[in-house]
Each structure stands twice: as structure tokens, then as C-alpha cells.
Design a protein around this ligand. Structure first.
Ligand code: SF4
Length: 173
């Protein structure tokens, strides 16, 4: 990972986005519900995240709050609230409680609840809870931006609020 050419490619990607004013967001590559292990132990990856923060502060169009990027840098545990923003697939399948867990399709989550089979959102949600149980309250494993941003906003409202930003800053990765 230290000399991984993909990290150098990312520098070029950011330069391209800056030059062409294209907003870009990053989340760590995930394996099951964790960031890829090599990333977690890689100093080069940390350096890259630090660079992302610097790029962002110097005006590069990096989507992501400071709170999120710093959490990523430290791989710091946070309380995830995966059902703050429910995900529904084009076929009506509810990804319960979140995409990473639903993808595994085990007893904790899955895509068996289809909104087309229910008259109300409450009925579908209640069926999902019955089928899979309550959403996790202490999972902090995947660090995917789309789930981490709203969870961190809830956990650190002041920090998020103080950051000079518009809504795009917190756009899903
Ligand atoms: S951290 Fe949140 S989004 Fe990620 S797997 Fe855990 S509950 Fe799901």
C-alpha cells in the first residue's frame, strides 16, 4: 500500500477536479462492513487523508465535513445511526438497516422488505424491524461517508454547525 500507484492516481484525480471545478467525495474502500484492512494500517493512506483536509481548506471542491474527514483520519469510533437516511433500491427493496449490512443479507439485515408490498411506510418499517430486529446502536465499522456524515452531524452538532459550509459539504460519498 505504501507505494500503491492508486494513491498517486488520487492526487492526479484531485488536481483534475480542482482544474475543472468538479466536486468529489471519498469513502474508504470497504470489505464487508469494514474499510479495507490495508488502508487501516497504511501510513500512506493517512497522509492522503491529511492531504484531502488541506486541499479542502485551500478551496478544493472536496465534499465532506471536517468532522468526517478527521474521523476517517483517526479511524475514530463514532455512533452510527444508519436509519437516519433510509436507502431504497429502484425495485422498492428497503436496505435495512443500511447498505453494508443489508448486502450481507444475514439475520441482522437484508433486502427482503419491498415497499411495494406495504400500504404505508410505517408498516414496511415495522416489518423490517420484525424480520431483522432493531438497527444497531453501536456499530461504527464501515466509515462510509453517506452514513457517517448524518450520524456525526447528530453526534457533533456544534462542530458541524460551526464549519463554514453549505449543504454540499455534507453530501453523501
Ligand atoms: S457503521 Fe453504520 S452504515 Fe456502516 S455498517 Fe455499521 S450501521 Fe451500517
Amino acid at each position: 500500500m505504501e507505494n500503491d500507484p492508486r494513491l498517486a492516481t488520487l492526487d492526479a484525480l484531485i488536481a483534475f477536479c480542482v482544474e475543472n471545478k468538479i466536486s468529489i467525495a471519498f469513502s474508504p474502500q470497504s470489505v464487508n462492513i469494514w474499510p479495507r484492512y490495508e488502508l487501516m494500517i497504511s501510513p500512506a493512506y493517512r497522509v492522503f487523508i491529511q492531504k484531502l483536509i488541506q486541499f479542502k481548506h485551500s478551496g478544493a471542491p472536496i465534499l465532506g465535513s471536517d468532522v468526517y474527514l478527521k474521523t476517517l483520519l483517526r479511524l475514530e469510533p463514532y455512533d452510527c445511526y444508519p436509519t437516519l437516511i433510509p436507502r431504497i433500491l429502484p425495485g422498492g427493496e428497503l436496505e435495512y438497516p443500511c447498505r453494508p449490512i443489508a448486502k450481507a443479507g444475514d439475520e441482522q439485515g437484508g433486502r427482503e422488505i419491498n415497499l411495494f408490498n406495504f400500504a404505508t411506510w410505517q408498516a414496511a418499517w415495522s416489518a423490517a424491524r420484525q424480520r431483522y430486529g432493531e438497527p444497531p446502536s453501536a456499530c461504527n465499522s464501515c466509515f462510509q461517508q453517506c452514513y457517517a456524515e448524518p450520524s456525526l452531524m447528530q453526534a457533533h452538532p456544534l462542530e458541524s454547525w460551526r464549519e463554514p459550509a453549505d449543504l454540499a459539504t455534507f453530501a453523501p460519498g
